[in-house]
Write a protein that binds this ligand. Structure first.
Ligand code: ADP
Length: 426
């Protein structure tokens, strides 16, 4: 029944009461009696509603007119929200079930950073207990400073990798995603096996490179001796001997780079860091290259005298690789600029050339080992294909970024960007 129909009924009843009252000479009294009766009926209905609301799971009581409709609608609404809640709970159960069966640890965290739920796998990985730890702040329960810094920080764009456990043997990878209204979902995975395999790979490359050096030294030694006495040998051996010697040199450089790369990878970060005078380092590299390539003007543009903590040998090799490429991939005599400057948050070394440049499609892959833009060009220039991989690892070992900008036929700029923080001395 609509509200208008109910109002119409009351009006009709009032008119009838007035008419009857008028006939008997008491119109106002008749109207008053009608209203008192109406209020009584409404109070009775209201009481029924109130009683039902105390236990709305029951079917609603019968009620008249608009009250009946009101109750029916309230009941239907309540049933449908119950269904929605049930469906939601089913979704939550389904998600929790699938998270429970995951081998990765999953932790749901509320806006305040307290644990809401966690699966079984997360318990041994993070040293948590469920349900005992629900409601407790996660940062207070996980006893690893790297984890706490990461979790309390605001930057989850990169996953965290850290070593945990009393014996510091378990390697964990943690990823955090936000959802809802500031809640967080944390995934944690044991990557110890992957780290172990990666270490085996590194050791293998380092050992093979090391083992190959001795036979290669013997071969090169004999080749040098033969070449020194080339006049005594048959003429037709001259060219092959020179080529063999060139290739042996190339192989030696390759082994040297491979060994150096695995040393950088294995060096514990910051263990061998010392105060580095970058201006002095850049002057030294420039001198070395100017002596080797007197035809190339190398300008050194120093705009800061900042020193910072780093590994001198590694930094030297990074800049030397960049300079070597700048000379290799430019016309003879084309100028090269080395810059050293700083901003509030960063210290930057830049090497700029005006050489052949690089097509943008290659730039994301340049730091991969043995990646070459043009194979024929690189074998002509005698590169090992490891130069930029070395640079990338050096920068990573210093917590920095490596940025490459280039335009074909215009030139390239390679920037080593180091964070200036506690590690630098202004
Ligand atoms: P390579 O020993 O081949 O020079 P790198 O790792 O140093 O190996 O460089 C990878 C590739 O990047 C090179 O083969 C070359 O094609 C390109 N490259 C590096 N530096 C420059 C540069 N300054 N100008 C143009 N191309 C470059």
């Amino acid at each position: 029944m609509s509200w208008l129909a109910a109002a119409g009924r009351i009006l009709f009843a009032s008119a009838v009461a007035l008419l009857l009252g008028w006939l008997y000479g008491y119109p106002l009294q008749a109207l008053l009696a009608l209203f008192v009766g109406l209020v009584g009926v409404w109070l009775y209905q209201l009481r029924k509603v109130q009683m039902w609301l105390q236990d709305p799971a029951q079917t609603p009581p019968d009620a008249y007119g608009i009250w009946g409709e009101l109750l029916a609608r309230m009941y239907a609404h309540q049933r449908s929200s119950e269904e929605v809640q049930l469906r939601l709970q089913e979704h939550v159960n389904y998600l929790q079930d699938s998270f429970s069966s995951m081998r990765d640890g999953v932790v749901m965290i509320d806006r305040q950073g307290a644990i809401k739920w966690l699966n079984r796998a997360a318990q041994p990985l993070l040293g948590l207990r469920y349900p005992e730890d629900t409601g407790h702040k996660l940062a207070n329960l996980v006893r690893a400073p790297e984890f706490t810094d990461y979790f309390l920080g605001d930057d989850f764009s990169e996953p965290l990798q850290y070593v945990s456990g009393d014996d510091r043997r378990q390697h964990l990878r943690v990823e955090v995603t936000r959802f809802g209204q500031g809640e967080r979902l944390l995934f944690v995975r044991d990557i110890s096996e992957a780290v172990r395999l990666e270490q085996i790979r590194r050791d293998f490359v380092a050992n093979v490179s090391h083992e190959l050096r001795t036979p290669l030294t013997v071969i090169s030694g004999y080749l040098d001796t033969f070449l020194a006495t080339a006049s005594e040998l048959p003429q037709k051996l001259n060219k092959p001997l020179r080529q063999m010697s060139q290739q042996a040199d190339r192989m030696e450089n390759l082994l040297k780079d491979l060994l150096w790369l695995s040393k950088i990878e294995n060096d514990k970060r910051e263990e061998q860091h010392e105060l580095v005078d970058m201006t002095g380092l850049l002057q030294e590299v420039r001198e070395e290259f100017s002596d080797m390539h007197p035809e190339t003007p190398i300008e050194l543009d120093v705009r800061t005298d900042r020193q910072f903590y780093g590994n001198y040998r590694q930094l030297y090799s990074a800049v030397a690789n960049l300079l070597s490429n700048a000379v290799k991939y430019s016309e003879p005599g084309s100028p090269v600029i080395i810059r050293w400057y700083s901003s509030a948050n960063e210290c930057i070394v830049e090497v700029e050339d005006h050489g052949v440049g690089i097509d943008p499609v290659h730039i994301p892959r340049l730091t991969e080992r043995f990646y070459r833009v043009d194979d024929s060009r690189s074998s002509m220039t005698g590169g090992t294909g490891l130069g930029l991989a070395i640079v990338k690892h050096v920068v990573a070992a210093h917590g920095g970024d490596f940025r490459i900008t280039s335009k074909p036929s215009v030139g390239s700029t390679f920037a080593l960007i180091f964070p200036s923080g506690e590690s630098d001395v202004g």
